[in-house]
Design a protein around this ligand. Structure first.
Ligand code: HEC
Length: 171
């Protein structure tokens, strides 16, 4: 954060938090609240109700899809590692081949997509598109040296993972 931004942030924080922030008087209460929350988590181990609709897939297809999912997560990790080390073209290649439009054949996406409700299918193709857009942004970063647009494009990829996981389950 640049000094000017930091100053603006501090002013906003002070205004939002009100007089308590200036005295630090909210700290003990805050800590107690946290302890209370932790305590409650121990006392209530049940998971919240899972209200997501179940998408029925043939067993082989379900296992295949979950295996693809684990590779999606691995691909994200490898992309972040590549970005951190300024291997932008490498990041672009991983995204395109493992998550982007090019990956559709590899994943047998058309077969699985037939079993998905339309909104789920839409998020799936949104993810492939977002990954291809990220690949372009990562390629641009190697020319411009500015990684921010690529990071924003990557967040748009993970937003599709989140949307689908929030909306559907297969088991
Ligand atoms: C079109 C929907 C969809 C998209 C997009 C999607 N997922 Fe999934 N994913 C699922 C579903 C459904 C499950 C199973 C969840 C359940 O049944 O509780 C799953 C499960 C997983 C799992 C657990 C695998 C296992 O072995 O149980 C991982 C890891 C995962 N997804 C990662 C990702 C990542 C990373 C992305 C984005 C790059 C992503 N997924 C995008 C639908 C999707």
């Amino acid at each position: 954060m640049r000094p000017k931004q930091l100053a603006a942030y501090l002013v906003t924080a002070a205004v939002t938090a009100g007089p308590l922030a200036a005295t630090g008087a909210d700290q003990p209460e805050h800590n107690m609240h946290r302890q209370h929350m932790q305590h409650e988590q121990h006392a209530m181990p049940q998971a919240p109700d899972d209200t997501r609709p179940l998408v029925a897939l043939p067993e082989q297809m379900r296992l295949h899809m979950l295996s693809n999912m684990r590779d999606h997560l691995l691909a994200l990790q490898q992309i972040q590692d590549a970005l951190a080390n300024e291997r932008f073209d490498n990041a672009a290649q991983i995204a395109e081949e493992r998550l982007g439009m090019t990956s559709l054949e590899l994943h047998g996406a058309h077969d699985v997509a037939r079993h998905m409700p339309a909104p789920m299918r839409k998020i799936g193709s949104g993810m492939h598109r977002a990954a291809s857009q990220f690949a372009i942004a990562a390629g641009d970063a190697s020319a411009s040296g500015d990684v921010k647009p690529a990071l924003a494009a990557l967040a748009n990829v993970t937003a599709q993972c989140v949307a689908c996981h929030e909306g559907f389950r297969v088991q």
